[in-house]
Ligand binder design. Structure first.
Ligand code: ZN
Length: 428
C-alpha cells in the first residue's frame, strides 16, 4: 500500500506501509521509504525516542548509542523548539543536524508530553503553547514557517483538544471544527509553498469524550491528504479507562489501514498493549523518562516465553514487580512523585536497596545493569549525584525499548495473549 497515491502530497511520495500481520486488531508491520533519501524504515508496534528540547534526557549522543533497540524515530516538541525558529532558519540544515542526530528520523509534536500546560487560551485563529519564554500564539502561517525551519520528517498538524468543563459536547464539536480548519489551512500553505516540502503532516483526531465528534474528526481527517493520524487528547486522567478504550477502537475503525496511527500520553505497559489491540501503531517513550525522574527503575518482566507463573514469581529470575511493597521499613514521607510510582518499577532510593548487590534487573544487558548494583544506585540517589539519573535513563530506555521488541515478537509468534497476561499480572 503506497501512501499518498492519488493525492497531491508533495512530500510522502514513497512512504509505504506494509502490514505483515493483523491479529485481533493488533497491527504488525513496517513503514519503509522514510527519510530524506527514502532509505530508512521503522517497524511497529513501536515507540519513538523521547527528547526534551531536542536532546535525550541525561544522555550524550555516544551514551545513547550504547542503548539496545534505540528507535530510529525521535520525537521533538514544537513548544520547546519554536523559539529557535530564527536560528534554525539561518542554519538551514534542519533539526536533525542541528542537534547532532543527522541519521535519525523526526516526528514533531505540538506539546511536550511530560509538561502540563494551561488550557483555555486557544482561539479560532491561534493555538497557544508555552515555551521557555512564556506563551506563544501559533497561527497556521507561523506554524508552517517553523515546520519549514525544523524540517522534521513528520509533524503533528496544528490542532487542539477539548478543554475540560462546561458543555463538553459543544466544546468537543468546536475542537473538531477548529482542528479541521487548521488542517486545511496548513495543507493549503504546504501546497502553495515554493519550497519543496520534505515533511509529512500527521492529522490530529480530536473530539474529547464525545463519540460522534471523535468519529466525525476521524472520517473528515481521513479524507485529507495526511501521512498518518494522531489520536490526541487521551492523555491524563480525564477519561475513565473503558470510555477511553471504546473511543480509541471506534476511531481506529474509521481510519484507512495504510497509514500509521500514533498516540500521545499513554505509555504504561498495560496501556500500550490495550492500545495495540485497538490498532495503534506508534507511541511516545516519555514513560521511562518519568520513571527515571522519580528515581525509579523499570523492573517488569516481558519475557512471555517463560512460564508466566515463574516469570513473575521467581525472584532469582525476575525481581518481584512490587519490590516497593508496603514500605514500613523506610519511614519515608510519601511525596507526589512516590504516589505516581507504578507497579512496573522499583524505587531505588528506598532503604531496602542499600545493600542489594544485584543488578537493577537480572539478565538485563544494559550498561547500568552490567556494571552496577541496586546498592550503588541507591547511594547515588541518596547523595543526589547526577550520575544516578544518567544510569537510570540508560536502563529505563533499554528496558522499555525491549518491551516493544517483545510485543512485535509476541505478535509474530502468535503469543500476544501470553505477553498480555504476564503484563496484567504485574500491573496489580
Ligand atoms: Zn538494565
Amino acid at each position: 500500500m503506497t501512501l499518498g497515491s492519488g493525492c497531491h502530497l508533495k512530500s510522502a511520495f514513497s512512504m509505504k506501509l506494509d502490514l505483515c500481520k493483523v491479529v485481533n486488531g493488533c497491527r504488525l508491520g513496517k513503514l519503509t521509504n522514510l527519510g530524506r533519501n527514502g532509505d530508512k524504515s521503522i517497524v511497529f508496534p513501536g515507540c519513538m525516542l523521547y527528547t526534551r528540547t531536542g536532546s535525550a534526557p541525561h544522555l550524550t549522543y555516544d551514551t545513547m548509542q550504547t542503548i539496545e533497540g534505540l528507535p530510529l524515530m525521535t520525537q521533538i516538541t514544537l513548544s520547546t523548539l519554536a523559539e529557535c525558529q530564527e536560528v534554525l532558519e539561518d542554519y538551514k540544515q534542519g533539526i536533525g543536524k542541528f542537534i547532532g542526530m543527522p541519521d535519525s528520523l523526526f516526528y514533531c509534536s505540538l506539546q511536550d508530553p511530560v509538561t502540563t500546560c494551561p488550557t483555555g487560551f486557544n482561539t479560532n485563529k491561534t493555538v497557544s503553547m508555552w515555551g521557555g519564554g512564556g506563551r506563544l500564539e501559533m497561527t497556521p502561517l507561523k506554524f508552517m514557517a517553523i515546520q519549514n525551519a525544523l524540517q522534521a520528517d513528520w509533524f503533528q498538524c496544528l490542532s487542539y483538544g477539548v478543554v475540560p468543563g462546561g458543555n463538553s459536547r459543544k466544546r468537543a464539536q468546536k475542537s473538531v471544527d477548529r482542528s479541521l480548519a487548521f488542517l486545511d489551512e496548513c495543507l493549503r500553505l504546504q501546497e502553495a509553498s515554493l519550497v519543496p516540502q520534505k515533511s509529512v503532516m500527521i492529522g490530529a483526531i480530536e473530539g474529547g469524550e464525545v463519540l460522534e465528534e471523535r468519529l466525525r474528526s476521524a472520517r473528515e481527517t481521513a479524507t485529507r491528504p495526511v501521512g498518518g493520524f494522531l489520536l490526541d487528547g487521551f492523555q491524563g486522567d480525564v477519561m475513565d479507562k473503558d470510555s477511553r478504550l471504546k473511543l480509541i477502537a471506534a476511531v481506529t475503525g474509521e481510519l484507512p489501514e495504510d497509514k500509521p496511527r500514533l498516540i500521545h500520553g499513554l505509555g504504561k505497559p498495560d496501556e500500550v498493549l490495550e492500545c495495540v489491540e485497538r490498532g495503534v501503531d506508534l507511541f511516545e517513550s516519555c514513560f521511562p523518562y518519568q520513571v527515571t525522574e522519580r528515581g525509579c527503575a523499570l523492573s517488569f518482566s516481558y519475557n512471555y516465553q517463560l512460564d508466566p507463573e515463574t516469570a513473575v514469581l521467581d525472584p532469582s529470575e525476575i525481581q518481584e514487580p512490587n519490590r516497593n511493597g508496603e514500605n514500613t521499613d523506610d519511614n519515608e514521607e510519601p511525596d507526589k512523585d512516590m504516589e505516581q510510582i507504578t507497579a512496573f518499577e522499583i524505587s531505588l532510593s528506598k532503604k531496602r536497596y542499600q545493600d542489594d548487590f544485584r543488578p537493577l534487573v537480572q539478565g538485563c544487558r544494559c550498561y547500568c545493569c552490567c556494571n552496577h548494583t541496586c546498592a550503588y544506585l541507591h547511594h547515588l540517589l541518596t547523595s543526589n549525584e547526577l550520575l544516578a539519573r544518567i544510569l537510570l535513563m540508560i536502563h529505563n530506555f533499554q528496558h522499555y525499548f525491549g518491551f516493544f521488541h517483545a510485543i512485535r515478537q509476541a505478535l509474530k509468534d502468535g503469543q500476544l495473549p501470553q505477553l498480555k497476561s504476564l503484563i496484567s499480572k504485574q500491573s496489580l
